[in-house]
Design a protein around this ligand. Sequence first.
Ligand code: ZN
Length: 589
Amino acid sequence: MSTERSTYEVTATRKRPQDFDRLVGQDFVVSTLENAIKENRIAHAYLFSGPRGVGKTSSARLLAKALNCEKGMSAHPCGECESCRAIAKGSSVDVIEIDGASNTSVNDIRAIKEEIMFPPQSSRYKIYIIDEVHMLSTSAFNALLKTIEEPPEYIIFIFATTELQKVPATIRSRCQQFRFQLISQDLIMKCLASAAADINIKADEDALFWIAKEATGSMRDAYTLFDQVAAFSGDHITLQKIREKLAIAGFSAISSIISSVLSDDHKTAMENLSGLFADGVSAEQITKDAADYFRTLLLYKEGIRRTDILGSAIQDIPEDIVAMLSREQLEAALKAFLSLYRDLRYSLSPRFEIELLFSRLASLPDLTSPEILVRKIEDLKNGVAEGSVVIKKKVQRIIESAPAEAVISNEPEKEPEKMEEPQLQQPEQEEEETEAPIPAEDIAEEENRPFSLSDIPAAAEMLSKMGKTVAARYLETVESISENDDGSYFITLSKPLAYNNLKLAEKDVSKAISSVMGYPVAIKLRLEEKKALTDDDFSDDMKRLKAFLGGKLIKTENAGQNTPEEWKGAGNYESIRNVEADEFDPEQP
Ligand SMILES: [Zn+2]
C-alpha cells in the first residue's frame, strides 16, 4: 500500500455534506428544514425516517449545526466557528449522538433524563441525536415519552430510524416527521463521477452505472462500493475490472449464454456457463444476474425505456430475444430463477441446478401460459360449435380431460416443469376417423378419466413421495380394479400381506390415487379369495407336511371343516385339499 492510500479518506466521510445545499436527493426535507430555521419554528423532537444510507444522520448533524452556529441560527451555518467545527468532528459537548441499537435499556434513557436537567455548556441548544431509535425497548420508549412531552426549552431530540413502523405511535405523534427518499440512480452516478474526479481517477460510465445500480438508492452503499472498486482499479475504473475482481456474471455474459440456449447451441451455452464458474462467479450470483436479465427484458417488453428502472443500458438489450419471447414466457423465466435463488441453499449441487435451468430455457419459446391454453380450448370449442372445426375422437378426449380449471391450478413452485407443458395439437381435418361435428355442450361436459391399472405405477410413486414406501410397494401388486355403481373403485389384491399393509394405509392410498387422477377417488380394498395357493403361501411346516404326504395343498371352499386330526388319521392325501393352510398346527399330536 502506498502512503497515498494509507491516508485515503473513506469517500462516504469525505463527501458527507457540510451544509444543506450539499445534501443530495432529499430536496423536500432540505427546503422544509431551511424554511423552519429561517422562520424560527423549531420543534423539540424530530423524527427522520427512510432507507439506510440516504442522509438521515447527516441531516441530523446539519440541523444541529444550523441550530447551534455561533454566528446565529441559520440554514447556512458558517462551518468555521467552534460549534460548527466541533459538530463536524463529532466532538461537540452539546450535541450527543446515541446509537439506539446499543443503548436500548430504560436505564440508558434514565441517564438521558437526568442529563437533560443540565443546560447546554456553550451552545444555544443541547441536542440528542438518537440513531436507530426503533431499537429501544418498550419501557425505554415510555421513559422517553415523558421526556419529550415536556422537555426543557434548550433540549432538542432528533430521532432517526430505518423502520418507522416500529416506532410507537405515541412517540411519532410528538415529533415533527421527515421521510427520506431513496436516491435516484442518476444522482448517485453524478456523485460517484464527482468522487472519482476528486481523487483523479478515470471512471467509465458503465462502471459507475453498475455501482449506482448495486447501491439500490443508498448513497452510503454507493460510496462504500466505489471505494472497494477504486482500491483495485488503479487510475481507471472499468466494468471489466469490476467483473473480474468482484466475480460478477454481468448482463452481457448472461445474455450470450441465453442467446446460445435459445438458438439450440447448448454446447457453447454450457461452456460459457462453465467459464463463469471457473472465474469464481458463485451460483447465487449467476442466478441473481440471470433473474436481473429477465427482469430487464420483461420491463423492456412492457415498454419501459428508463435505464434507471431497467437496470441496464438500452444498447445492451437483445431486441431479437425480446421479440422472440412473450411476456408470459419472460415472466416464467424470471419466476424460475427467483425460485431457484430461494432453493439454492437447500440444493445438493447448486451448479447442477443452474445448468439444468439454463438448459430448460431452450423450451421457453414453447411455453404456453394457462391463459393462452384456455383461450385455445375456447377457440376450439367455438370452432366446433360453429362447425368450422371438425374434431376427431382422440382430440375430443384431450379437450375433455384437460378442463380449464385443471390447467390453471398448476402450483407455482412447479415453474420449471411448466415450460414443458405440452401444447394442444390442432386437429388435422383430413383424418379417416373424422366424424360429424359434435355439439358444443357435449364437449363442455367434463368427465373424469376412470381410474385403472395403468395409473397404479404413478399412484405408487406418489405414495413413495408421501413417505409410505411399504404401502407403495404393495400397491404395485394390485391384481385388478373395478368401478362400482357409486363411483368408488374396488382394488383387489391377491396376497393377504399386501391387503393388510394397504388397509393400514388406506387413507394415504386414496390420497395418492386422487392426487394422480386429479379428482377425489374413493377406494375399497378387497382381498381376492378364491385362488389356488402356491408354495410361497405356505409355512415351512406345511411344506414339510406336503412333502411327507406327497400331495398337493389346495385351498378350497370347504376349508376349515376338517381338523388336522381327521386328515392325519385318514392318511388320505385327498383330504388335505380341504385344509386351510393356517389351520395346520405342527405342535398338535
Ligand atoms: Zn458556525
